[in-house]
Write a protein that binds this ligand. Structure first.
Ligand code: HEC
Length: 210
């Protein structure tokens, strides 16, 4: 039997906070994630691009764990492309935040088509003087998934997203008491000679606001 090279899934761990931690509503939470991937490397040796590591903070309305969103294709494509270099989920960076883009464009077909076209071909002058480069390397299906994710999820009132292997976040000012699910995820780069075979690893914990 011929030797088959195999991509190994990344191992993602939320190092802090600890599972079941309790926070004050107006405190900030520092977090740290570790990633270990046989092909891509180890976060402790700075071999993982921190901008490709995602933390989702989701309020659980009835305390029940929810299916984690990071497995979503559109979100995966955002995290494995270069978008996070210029875009934040909720805060303006060089480009507008994904939640501001969501608020500006109601999800009509015309708007969705135009967003797909601008991500593909690049854009300038709509939000300001900064330029978005074209993305000829991204398959059209991936761009469509991304636009769908922005239209559907970027202003989900129960979820916030943070890119980065460590950092801190605050709960929203109107955050409700209860259980929050933290999901850390990382999608690897697959094997060089087998394009498209990427694997996602994730770790899920819950914390509580008292
Ligand atoms: C080098 C920085 C940079 C990168 C990389 C980048 N963007 Fe942008 N993006 C911008 C800027 C700046 C704008 C505002 C352009 C304008 O005003 O026309 C923008 C605008 C947008 C818009 C709104 C377009 C509109 O019609 O209003 C979307 C959607 C978007 N980007 C998605 C993405 C996605 C998805 C990626 C990754 C595949 C990405 N961007 C990568 C800088 C960037």
């Amino acid at each position: 039997m011929a030797f088959q090279q195999e991509n190994h899934p990344p191992i993602v761990k939320i190092v802090s906070p600890q599972n079941n931690s309790i926070f004050d509503k107006d405190g900030s939470v520092t977090y740290q994630i570790s990633v270990s991937d046989k092909e891509d490397g180890e976060s402790k040796f700075d071999e993982i691009n921190p901008k490709e590591v995602l933390l989702e903070v989701r309020f659980l309305k009835n305390g029940k764990t929810a299916p984690a969103n990071p497995q979503n294709n559109g979100l995966n494509s955002i995290m494995t492309s270069n978008c996070i270099t210029c875009h934040g989920f909720n805060t303006k960076a060089m480009g507008p935040s994904f939640s501001d883009i969501n608020k500006r464009y109601p999800s009509t077909k015309a708007n969705m088509d135009s967003l797909v076209k601008r991500i593909k071909e690049g854009s300038v002058g709509i939000w300001g003087k900064e330029k978005m480069p074209p993305h000829p390397e991204l398959p059209l299906a991936d761009i469509k998934n991304i636009v769908q994710w922005i239209a559907k999820n970027a202003t989900d009132p129960n979820a916030n997203y943070y890119a980065g292997i460590d950092g801190y976040f605050r709960f929203k000012p109107d955050a409700q008491k209860g259980v929050y699910q933290l999901t850390a995820s990382y999608t690897d780069h697959g094997l060089k000679d087998v394009p498209g075979k990427k694997l996602t690893g994730e770790d899920v914990i819950t914390v509580r606001i008292k």
